[in-house]
Structures are given as structure tokens and as C-alpha cells.
Design a protein around this ligand. Structure first.
Ligand code: PGA
Length: 251
């Protein structure tokens, strides 16, 4: 695991965008799984600007949805597929053929999950995973407790996630109770994992992620032994964290 600490959210987004663009340059046909949530939006916007200047070419990527709420259509304002379409697929010009849904509107979740896993396997796994960090340590909607082997599945949201996601949708009653998520098993096997964590409100969970023993109650703790992981964070979030200097890069 590497930790890259930048001064603030803007610099974090900039550095993460450059790192992502470099990975794509190395392998233009990458299969990538992308988080929604607020944290990666600065990086996605930056990549959109780089695309407009000819500095980033997403045209060969295959993009996988990370997670979603069960029971919503993509047109629903709360749909995470809808959010990903607006933030990434449309600005990057990704066609439907190059997008693999984890369909929130599925009538047969088991069949949809099987077909998603098949697509991931056919792609040879994820080349790049861009993840945010939930206040409870969730990755995607792998809510605690989730093990390193937890598969792609339907998950019931914890009270903490309902509270934190209420910020997006204007009230807890607007947050669906069930989600569908790419499993820990396939996420942890990604060849490159970028975890984006910003701000003082994520300080406690970042501390737990970095220092607690690996445990299902903090799913993000399974990232720490992996060479493939880079955590992009900012000074507000890192203040007071103690890590060996080999792991931390202040840029
Ligand atoms: P955030 O969400 O990026 O909006 O903080 C992260 C998450 O809950 O996974």
C-alpha cells in the first residue's frame, strides 16, 4: 500500500487524475470499476478536462458500475447508475456497449449478478478500481461485516450508511434500504486500486483503515497489505496519522 498526501481536495483530485490517466495510457483497453459518491467527482471532472485537451483518451475503456440501490430506474435522481452516467459516461463519451451495469432495476438480482461476474471474468478482472471510503469502512456497498472473500451480492444498508447517504438525497427516508455491490473478492483482486479519501470527516475511518487489524467490521482494512493499493488523501484527513515514511509520499 502507498499513501499519497496532497494539500487539499483539489490537489488530491489532480494527482489522482494524473495517476489514472497514466494507467490508461499504459493499457488503453483497461477494465475499470468506478465509484460514485462525492469524493471521486473532482478527479472525474479533471479527467474530462484532460480529455478535452487531448491528454486523456478513455475511448477504449470498459467501465463497470461499482454499486447501486436496488429498486431504482437509472432515471431516478438517486440512481448510482444515473450519477455515473452524468459524471463519467456522458462526458467521456462511453457507449452502452462499453458499460457493464449492476442493474438497480433488475427483477432477478441473482441472474444480474451472475452476468456481471461473467463479464468481470471475461475481462480478466478489473485493471483499475477507483473507490471511495464510507464512514463505516465500506468499499462500494460492502457494508460491515464484509470479509475479503465476500462476493458480488445484494446487501442491506447499515444505519450509518443510510445516515451518510441521506446527505446526497435530502433525508434518510429517501435512501433505499437495499443495495447491490461488486464483491470484496473481485475488488481486492484489481490490478491497481485507487482509494480516494478527503477531509477531516474521514479522518477516523482512515485511521481505522490504516491501523486496525484486518477485520470484517472495517472492510477497508483488507486493503492495507496489498501492493496494488494507493490511497490518495489530503492533509486534513491525514493530520496526526502515524505511518512508516516508506508508505507515505507528501508531494
Ligand atoms: P463520499 O462517499 O465519497 O460521498 O464520501 C464514500 C462512500 O460512502 O463510499
Amino acid at each position: 500500500m502507498n499513501v499519497v498526501v496532497r494539500r487539499d481536495y483539489e490537489e488530491l483530485s489532480h494527482t489522482a487524475a494524473l495517476a489514472f490517466a497514466q494507467l490508461v495510457r499504459t493499457k488503453p483497453h483497461s477494465s475499470v470499476v468506478l465509484a460514485t459518491g462525492n469524493t471521486p467527482m473532482g478527479m472525474y471532472d479533471m479527467l474530462t478536462r484532460m480529455k478535452e485537451k487531448g491528454e486523456f483518451d478513455p475511448s477504449k475503456l470498459r467501465i463497470f458500475q461499482l454499486d447501486g440501490y436496488l429498486g431504482l430506474t437509472p432515471e431516478d435522481s438517486r440512481s448510482l447508475e444515473g450519477w455515473l452516467r452524468r459524471a463519467v459516461l456522458q462526458p467521456w463519451g462511453i457507449s452502452n456497449e462499453k458499460f457493464v451495469r449492476l442493474p438497480e432495476d433488475t427483477l432477478d438480482a441473482e441472474a444480474s449478478i451472475r452476468s456481471y461476474i461473467d463479464e468481470v471474468q471475461q475481462a480478466g478482472g478489473f485493471d483499475i478500481a477507483v473507490l471511495g471510503l464510507g464512514p463505516n469502512g465500506h468499499l462500494g456497498f460492502n457494508e460491515p461485516p464484509s470479509h475479503s472473500t465476500s462476493p458480488t451480492r445484494v446487501v442491506t444498508l447499515t444505519e450509518e450508511s443510510i445516515r451518510s447517504n441521506a446527505l446526497y438525497w435530502g433525508g434518510e427516508e429517501r435512501v433505499p434500504r437495499q443495495s447491490i455491490t461488486a464483491g470484496m473478492d473481485i475488488l481486492l483482486q484489481s490490478k491497481a486500486i485507487m482509494l480516494l479519501v478527503s477531509g477531516v470527516k474521514k479522518k477516523d475511518i482512515l485511521t481505522r483503515t490504516l491501523s486496525a487489524p484486518m477485520q470484517a467490521n472495517t472492510p477497508s482494512s483488507y486493503l492495507t497489505p496489498l501492493q496494488s493499493v494507493t490511497i490518495f488523501t489530503d492533509e486534513a484527513c491525514m493530520e496526526g496519522q502515524h505511518l512508516s515514511s516508506g508508505e507515505v509520499h507528501h508531494e
